[in-house]
Design a protein around this ligand. Structure first.
Ligand SMILES: *[C@@H]1O[C@H](CO)[C@@H](O)[C@H](O)[C@H]1NC(C)=O
Ligand SMILES: *[C@@H]1O[C@H](CO)[C@@H](O)[C@H](O)[C@H]1NC(C)=O
Length: 413
């Protein structure tokens, strides 16, 4: 089984869920902003003279680019870029590293949104209604049955803020930037943003960002917070029925059903790692989002919470045992089946695709083509929803299910 072992472990390594990938630490880049030996104070305005590494075309932006020195040891400045025409006049403001802006302007799709087929099709009738919730702002509720895997809607970010701004610039500067980011957008978009729910008090834009910002990764793992006006209406649930996927080529967010959703059900996704125990989830939500977790599981009776926390502990242990059993397919497959069952019981569907995939390879190693195919098909379905139909993961599994017997893992145990 030699070859296949490394194959399985490789697959395992590449399957770390993207939503938990933290900012990669790239080597410090040469500062093109601060004069040699003289470093201006963080938050101080600076001009945009670019070094060759950030050579990019700034004709895309409709407003002057504004840059600020930071205390970051990565890139020494962050700049505000606005394209008020983006997506047929909806507009977008991005506060980020010059290298990220260069990356974005280098994206053909960003420069020519009209070439994207999805931009041309008229907006479909959304399968949800917006409903006022006392004390919780609004929520989105399905108004017809939504099938598992269905793209519920697609929305585009209008404000993006690099997370590192929060640790490398004074608060007062960030507030200024957020207001500027808003003001540079067309008026209807400004209204859309300004009408979003607020709950922390204090500066309105800082509040809107904290209350509604969704995590999105651009380029090489650089984390951003994004205001996506319709998606921002979706409330948190620790056992969500929907999932969001960000495409950094189009700045679009797709909301996908993780399971069948009945008409009348509220659409939800999770704002945090849902595999944390209840108390930690509560603490995280309070700390990062400023609200008391009131989802059905956080508010459930003691028994239910204990049952769920126990399952989460089992999930953690099973995953550890799987790593140890990586070269023992008979053992591994038992752990995998148990794990998938636990995820089903717990309603944590977004975690499943990589384990369906590993199970498919493991059944293939064991020469069980029927089960390999069955799990392979589930992996195709879930990867298509979670990572996208065109993702490497979905393509890899579509290839696998064509003929599991021709895969290198086949009968390699
Ligand atoms: C943008 O970043 C991605 C990820 O690092 C990279 O693969 C891509 O080549 C970059 N594109 C441009 C135009 O710089
Ligand atoms: C659901 O609500 C949307 C408005 O958000 C409406 O356009 C759509 O027609 C409704 N669908 C059904 C089946 O009632």
């Amino acid at each position: 089984m030699k070859a296949a072992v490394s194959f399985v472990s490789l697959a395992w390594l590449s399957l770390v869920p993207t939503e938990f990938v933290l900012a990669a630490s790239s080597p410090p880049t040469h500062s093109t902003c601060s004069p040699p030996g003289l470093r201006p104070a963080p938050g101080q305005l600076c001009s945009l003279e670019e070094g060759p590494e950030f050579a990019y075309d700034d004709s895309l932006w409709t407003h002057d680019v504004q840059c600020f020195y930071t205390t970051s040891n990565q890139e020494s400045k962050l700049c505000l870029y606005t394209d008020a025409n983006f997506k047929f006049g909806r507009g977008i403001s991005i506060f980020t590293r010059p290298s990220i802006a260069a990356n974005i302007t280098g994206q053909y799709k960003f420069r020519h949104p009209e070439q994207l087929p999805e931009f041309l099709s008229p907006p479909a009738q959304p399968p949800y209604e917006q409903v006022e919730l006392p004390g919780r702002g609004v929520g989105l509720f399905a108004n017809r049955t939504i099938q598992r895997g269905e793209v519920i809607f697609v929305d585009t970010s209008v404000i993006l803020l690099a997370r590192e701004a929060q640790s490398s610039l004074p608060r007062s500067t960030i507030k200024k930037i957020l207001w500027r980011a808003l003001e540079q957008l067309p008026e209807p978009t400004q209204d859309m943003v300004f009408n979003l729910h607020r709950q922390t008090g204090g500066d309105a834009m800082a509040d809107i960002m904290q209350t509604n910002g969704l995590g999105q990764v651009i380029g090489d793992g650089i984390r951003h917070l994004a205001i996506v006006p319709d998606a921002a209406r979706i409330n948190h649930d620790c056992r969500p029925n929907a999932y969001y996927r960000f495409d950094d080529k189009t700045m679009e967010l797709s909301i996908i059903a993780l399971r069948d959703i009945k008409s009348g059900e509220e659409l939800t996704f999770t704002y945090i790692d849902p595999e944390l125990p209840r108390d930690e989830r509560r603490e995280r939500l309070q700390k990062s989002w400023g609200f008391e977790c009131s989802c059905s599981l956080c508010g459930a009776s003691g028994d239910v919470v204990v049952g769920s926390d126990n399952r989460l502990e089992l999930i953690k242990n099973t995953r550890k045992q799987m790593v140890e059993a990586a070269s023992k397919p008979f053992e591994l497959i038992n752990h995998l089946e148990k794990l998938i069952d636990l995820y089903d019981q717990e309603g944590l569907h977004a975690s499943k695709p990589r384990f369906y995939e590993i199970a498919a390879y493991t059944y293939s190693q064991l020469g069980d083509d029927k089960r390999a195919l069955e799990h392979g098909k589930l992996a195709v379905e879930y990867w298509s929803a979670i990572a996208g139909k065109g993702s490497g993961e979905a393509r890899r599994m579509r290839e696998f299910v064509k003929d599991p017997k021709s895969h290198p893992s086949w009968r390699s145990a």
